[in-house]
Design a protein around this ligand. Structure first.
Ligand SMILES: [Zn+2]
Length: 301
């Protein structure tokens, strides 16, 4: 029962991730152009035909349209399903490691496999009692499952959104060579809000320990901001702050933190050697580190 339930939950998290990816395509394309995110609705840039709701399904629509506009057959960039796939994969990865992997650091204080196992055992016992004697009244409720499921989805997206923020900054930097201040501001806020959300979702007890991790994260974030600013020439102050916030957030996961440290070092070295703007590279290193750090913990516990 638990395995089926967890599989459904991870699938649901993955689908949500793909849907977010679809929206982020719009963000990556429109925000640097100063366009509204809502109007006009999605349309083909070539012929202007509106994208039908059916053809808006993330990843799959691009496949059944074979990468072409339904109306004018103009090619649709593979970038769109790629971003959707990345967002889907990131969410699925976090969802799976949160639900199936054991929790490390921050996470170990918030949710555990044991919570699900407990409900699963109660469920199995109730089913067995009903099978033994169908005349007796058995009350089964999904309330406990549901509460844990909501928490798992919320926590998955706290992590996923930190990665999404990095992803959006990376793609915009890649496309335009610069990131609008508004996007950098939001990207800085995302990991900070994420940290607070994790604190809020934590159950009582060990509050002092969690505050310790929180202080360490904020401290590391500020230190990382100052360090990056000094180490990487011509990096925008705001961009550095966004990276610093992400970095601080990673401290909750020590593996991810070490990954960011390593890859940021590589990016800074490339910047010094070649003179290329490496903000995009830094950002991709951050998302990679988040994903790899997470999955390494997942695989080793
Ligand atoms: Zn078209």
């Amino acid at each position: 029962m638990t395995a089926v339930f967890l599989a459904i939950l991870v699938a649901w998290i993955a689908i949500l991730g793909a849907a977010f990816g679809s929206f982020f395509n719009v963000v990556i394309w429109r925000v640097p152009e100063g366009m509204s995110l809502i109007s006009p609705p999605s349309h083909c840039p070539k012929c202007g035909a509106r994208v039908r709701p059916f053809d808006n399904v993330p990843i799959l629509a691009w496949l059944w349209l074979r990468g072409r506009c339904r109306d004018c057959k103009a090619p649709i960039s593979v970038r769109y399903p790629f971003v959707e796939f990345l967002c889907c994969a990131v969410a699925a990865l976090f969802g799976a490691s949160i639900l199936v992997g054991d929790w490390i650091g921050f996470a170990s204080q918030t949710l555990s496999w044991g919570e699900f196992a407990e409900y699963s055992a109660a469920w199995d016992a109730a089913v067995a009692a009903f099978e033994a004697d169908p005349t007796q009244k058995t009350t089964l409720t999904f309330d406990a499952y549901w509460a844990t499921a909501q928490k798992a989805v919320a926590l998955s997206f706290v992590w996923a959104f930190a990665a999404y923020a990095a992803l959006i900054l990376g793609f915009v930097e890649w496309d335009k060579g610069a990131v609008p201040k508004s996007l950098v501001g939001v990207a800085t806020a995302v990991p900070v809000v994420g940290l607070l959300t994790i604190l809020a979702l934590s159950d009582g007890g060990a509050l002092l320990g969690r505050c310790g991790v929180f202080a360490a994260s904020v401290g590391s974030g500020v230190a990382a901001t100052l360090l990056l600013w000094r180490a990487v020439p011509r990096l925008e102050r705001a961009e550095t702050a966004a990276l610093g916030a992400l970095w601080g957030f990673c401290v909750g996961y020590w593996g991810a933190f070490l990954g960011v440290l390593l890859l940021s070092g590589v990016a800074a070295a490339v910047r010094r050697k070649t003179g290329r703007n490496v903000f995009g590279l830094l950002v991709f290193s951050a998302i990679l580190a988040l994903a790899v750090g997470e999955s390494v913990w997942f695989a080793t516990c």
